[in-house]
Design a protein around this ligand. Structure first.
Ligand code: SF4
Ligand code: SF4
Length: 338
């Protein structure tokens, strides 16, 4: 109970403004046809009834282009310690953070990720109307979460049901408790109603356990994977939009008086990925690269990080020109057993 509040919608803008006084406010904004998470200047331009943003908000923890070090007469650490609040995130993207944390922080801690993660507060919103491409419902990664969020909002029409899941979240709600009230019976009933109606709207219900079993028991023929491979344009789109892909590469860029070390997203679909000295290409054959992405997400992620490398966000379905996105391929597996 201590972490639950009701916020009248009229007060949201004020609350966000107060947060923005202390940290950068990031939220979904419309940019031509797309929804993108960006720094917000005008709060009224935030778009909340929106489809999946492209790319996912993981870019605020592990940016597509990240300067790490600069060398002049000394070495300067470019770690980003700025404070941010990312507002309007979907539940599936919050679920993805749980695995990203394990990837970047278990064992060796990635200091760049760690600095951003420590300084970023996420406010997620339960999806009242999921997209046609979403399938988080079958994976337990959305459309609402029971744990693992900072602040989770339910849109109850004229008000938000606010749940605080972290210490930082409680601080922000307690400090502005004069804007809020404690929930009553009708609020809990409406919250439950939102959960039920959202769950009922999903069109796709997909089991990744089934796909995992098919792969681990080697029930898919080479012909199946060959068919998937032939449809791949090797554009890397699926990897760049996925909230759980983590491949990156690092390079140095030299100027007259300084050198910069930069990290950029990479993709395991590219032939040159993990190229070794002597121009050795560990996965030169296309079929190996295609299999690697699916195996990684369905087999190796659960083995090493304790969860699938997919949260059912549906972004690869929107993006893939070859129509071999996760949902499509997993559904095809049912017909393609050896
Ligand atoms: S594999 Fe596709 S559906 Fe799954 S999380 Fe990544 S982009 Fe979303
Ligand atoms: S988006 Fe589709 S076509 Fe592009 S690399 Fe990924 S699987 Fe291949």
């Amino acid at each position: 109970m201590a972490g639950e509040w009701i916020l009248d919608k009229n007060h949201l803008s004020y609350w966000l403004r107060q947060m923005r006084n202390e940290m950068e406010l990031i939220a979904p904004l419309r940019e031509r046809e797309d929804i993108v998470f960006k720094s917000v200047e005008k709060i009224h331009e935030i778009v909340l009834d929106c489809p999946a943003s492209i790319p996912s908000p993981k870019e605020f923890l592990t940016p597509q282009f990240e300067p790490m070090l600069k060398k002049t007469d000394k070495i300067i650490d470019l770690r980003d310690n700025s404070k941010r609040v990312v507002f309007g995130v979907r539940s599936c993207d919050i679920s993805a953070l749980r695995l990203l944390d394990r990837f970047y922080l278990n064992g060796f801690k990635d200091p760049y990720y760690e600095a951003r993660r420590k300084n970023t507060l996420f406010i997620s919103i339960v999806c009242n109307v999921p997209d046609n491409t979403c399938f988080c419902i079958g994976l337990g990664t959305g459309p609402f979460l029971k744990e693992g969020f900072d602040i989770q909002l339910y849109d109850l029409g004229d008000r938000y049901f606010v749940q605080c899941g972290s210490k930082e979240a409680r601080k922000w709600c307690s400090r502005y408790s004069f804007l809020m009230r404690r929930p009553g019976k009708a609020d809990f009933e409406d919250q439950y109603e939102v959960e039920l109606s959202s769950q009922a709207m999903f069109r796709k219900r997909i089991s990744l356990e089934y796909a995992q079993q098919m792969i681990s028991e080697d029930k898919l023929s080479d012909g199946f994977w060959q068919g998937v491979t032939e449809r791949c344009f090797e554009c890397g789109g699926c990897v760049y939009v996925c909230p759980l892909c983590t491949c990156y590469t690092v390079f140095d860029r030299a100027y007259d008086n300084e050198t910069e070390r930069i990290r950029v997203w990479d993709t395991c679909f590219f032939k040159g990925f993990t190229r070794l000295a002597g121009n050795i290409l560990p996965a030169e054959q296309r079929i190996l690269r295609t299999k690697r992405w699916f195996y990684h997400k369905l087999l190796y992620y659960p083995e090493t990080l304790g969860g699938f490398g997919c949260v059912g966000c549906g972004r690869c379905t929107i993006t893939c020109p070859g129509r071999i996105d996760m949902a499509t391929v997993v559904l095809k597996m049912k017909d393609e057993q050896k």
